[in-house]
Write a protein of this length. Structure first.
Length: 178
C-alpha cells in the first residue's frame, strides 16, 4: 500500500484541508503502520514539550564567543592556505606545460639563438632609451629641470611631512578600530 501522502500529512497535520484530514483519518482506521507513526510523533512532541529548558553552564556564552573568533581566524587561515596552494599548484603546472611545449617544439640551438637575440635586443633597447632621454634633455631649456627639481623636492617634502604626522598620530592615539 502507498503510504507516502499520508506519512507527509501526519508530519504536517496543521496545514491540511478538511478533505485531506478526512482521507487521513480514513487511512489511519485501516493502516496500523501509519497509526504507529502518528502515535510515535505525538509521544515525541509531548516529551519535547514536557522537557525543561536546561540553562547553560555559567560563562558558556563568553567562552563560546571567544572561541568563535579563534575558529573564524583558523578558518580564514585555512582558506588562505588552500588558495595559496591552489594558485601555486596551478602556476607550477602551467610552468611545466610551457617547458614541455618549448622542449617539444624547438631545439637547444634555437634556445641559445633566442637567448642571444633577447639579450642583444634588451641592451639595444636600453641604449635607445638612454639616447632618447639625453636628446630630450639637450633640447629642454635650463629653467625646466630646475623647476622640475623644485616641484619634485617640494612634493617629496610634503609627503614626508604627512607621513611623520600620521606616524605621530598613530603612536599617540592608536589606530582606529572600525
Amino acid at each position: 500500500m502507498n503510504h507516502q501522502p499520508f506519512e507527509n500529512w501526519i508530519f504536517d497535520e496543521s496545514n491540511l484541508t478538511g478533505e485531506e484530514l478526512h482521507k487521513l483519518e480514513t487511512h489511519l482506521d485501516s493502516c496500523s503502520d501509519c497509526q504507529q507513526l502518528r502515535q510515535g510523533l505525538r509521544s515525541a512532541s509531548a516529551l519535547f514539550q514536557a522537557a525543561q529548558m536546561v540553562p547553560p553552564v555559567p560563562g558558556f556564552t563568553q567562552r563560546w564567543q571567544a572561541s568563535l573568533v579563534e575558529r573564524r581566524l583558523a578558518h580564514q587561515r585555512h582558506q588562505a592556505r588552500i588558495l595559496f596552494l591552489a594558485l601555486a599548484g596551478t602556476a607550477l603546472l602551467l610552468l611545466m606545460l610551457l617547458a614541455l611545449h618549448i622542449l617539444a617544439t624547438s631545439t637547444p640551438v634555437q634556445w641559445m639563438v633566442a637567448g642571444f637575440q633577447s639579450t642583444f635586443s634588451l641592451f639595444s633597447t636600453w641604449n635607445r632609451i638612454q639616447d632618447f632621454i639625453l636628446e630630450l634633455i639637450s633640447f629642454i631649456p635650463p629653467i625646466v629641470p630646475i623647476a622640475f627639481w623644485v616641484l619634485f623636492t617640494g612634493g617629496l617634502s610634503l609627503l614626508t611631512l604627512v607621513w611623520i604626522i600620521s606616524l605621530w598620530r598613530i603612536s599617540s592615539q592608536g589606530a582606529s578600530q572600525k
